[in-house]
Write a protein that binds this ligand. Structure first.
Ligand code: SF4
Length: 329
């Protein structure tokens, strides 16, 4: 049986960019791979600038979003990382076998280091904690986007190093986790920027009400070549077309491509059709979120049950790891 593990930052409510880029895929994977583990990675969140007063709420809101989006505790385990301290314990152990040079070569670290004078050790060691997150549960496969492939390769390297040095009787103890590349969706920000991100204020929240979604969609950037309704457009360069691909059925997507490239309709008509299809998918998600908000004890219970299950697996892994490494504790 393939065990899937994936994590997401406690950034509050999901927006449609991270829903389409990761979570929608998780919802499908949880039925194909029973026993999948999904983690809200609050230890990782500490490496960024954050407000302690809001972290708890953002973590809770992320849990509500994930459950509303379709993560189902009957199929998968959902929990908060800091409820399982073994993550940091295994990360420390992995730090002792990971050369600093390998961490310094990670693109995300180099990016940050080139923009900041002082970089936190937590940012350098971030991929080591990621390796611990995955290997603590001996996960074989990790759904990731292209930008995380390098970190996952480091997890595989760490597993190999630990196995070579400590695996009992030569049999590899940790699996080398494979990347399950998430089908890429080119969702840009509504303002036309390359990325949809809360900090850039160009997102549509997964749980936003209908009026607010339309208010954001209506002025959203389209193909800049379509100045007048009579100008033919190029669907592939338009974010609205890519949103159609994510939300509308294939015959509608085909129709959009034809009507756009032949100037058969205006962008507002195109957006209205998109809005209807988004509503079909998002209304049930909003309804589930509202039910969960009315029963917060249900969310707390799901997270507590998830953490308990993970602590059992993690505890067993740590006992075996420590024994193999000759530790007495
Ligand atoms: Fe984009 Fe639709 Fe306008 Fe074409 S018609 S540019 S796909 S919004």
């Amino acid at each position: 049986m393939t065990r899937i593990f994936s994590g997401i930052q406690p950034s509050g409510e999901l927006h449609i960019g991270n829903y389409l880029g990761a979570v929608k895929n998780w919802v499908q994977l949880q039925t194909q791979h029973p026993g999948a583990i999904f983690c809200i990675v609050d230890y990782h969140a500490l490496t960024g600038i954050y407000e302690p007063q809001s972290l708890r709420k953002r973590t809770y809101d992320m849990a509500v979003s994930l459950l509303a989006a379709g993560i189902d505790p009957a199929h998968a385990t959902l929990y908060v990382q800091s409820a399982v301290p073994e993550h940091t314990e295994l990360a420390w152990i992995f730090n002792t076998i990971t050369p600093v040079g390998e961490l310094e070569r990670q693109t995300q670290y180099k990016d940050k280091a080139s923009r900041q004078e002082s970089v936190l050790a937590g940012i350098l060691n971030y991929p080591v904690l990621q390796a611990a997150d995955i290997l603590l549960y001996k996960a074989d496969a990790v759904p990731v986007g292209e930008d995380q492939v390098q970190h996952l390769e480091l997890s595989r390297e760490i597993a190999r190093k630990w196995n070579t040095r400590f695996s009992p009787e030569g049999a590899p103890y940790f699996p080398e986790p494979k990347a399950l590349l998430t089908p890429t969706r080119r969702i840009m920000g509504l303002d036309g920027q390359a990325k949809m991100s809360k900090s850039m204020g160009n997102t549509v929240g997964l749980l936003e009400d209908s009026d607010s979604v339309w208010a954001k969609l209506r002025p959203a950037v389209t193909d800049p070549a379509r100045v007048r309704k009579t100008d033919p457009g190029t669907p592939e360069v338009c974010n609205i077309y890519h949103l159609h691909k994510a939300f509308s059925p294939p015959p509608v997507v085909e129709e959009v491509a034809v009507k756009c490239s032949t100037a058969g309709w205006g962008c507002i008509e195109c957006k209205k059709v998109l809005f209807e299809h988004m509503e079909t998918e998002l209304v049930p998600i909003r309804r589930r979120a509202s039910e969960l908000r009315d029963a917060p004890e249900r969310v707390t219970e799901i997270l507590a049950t998830g953490a308990e299950r993970c602590r059992e697996i993690a505890g067993q892994t740590m006992r075996e790891v420590k024994e193999a490494m000759g530790m007495l504790g």
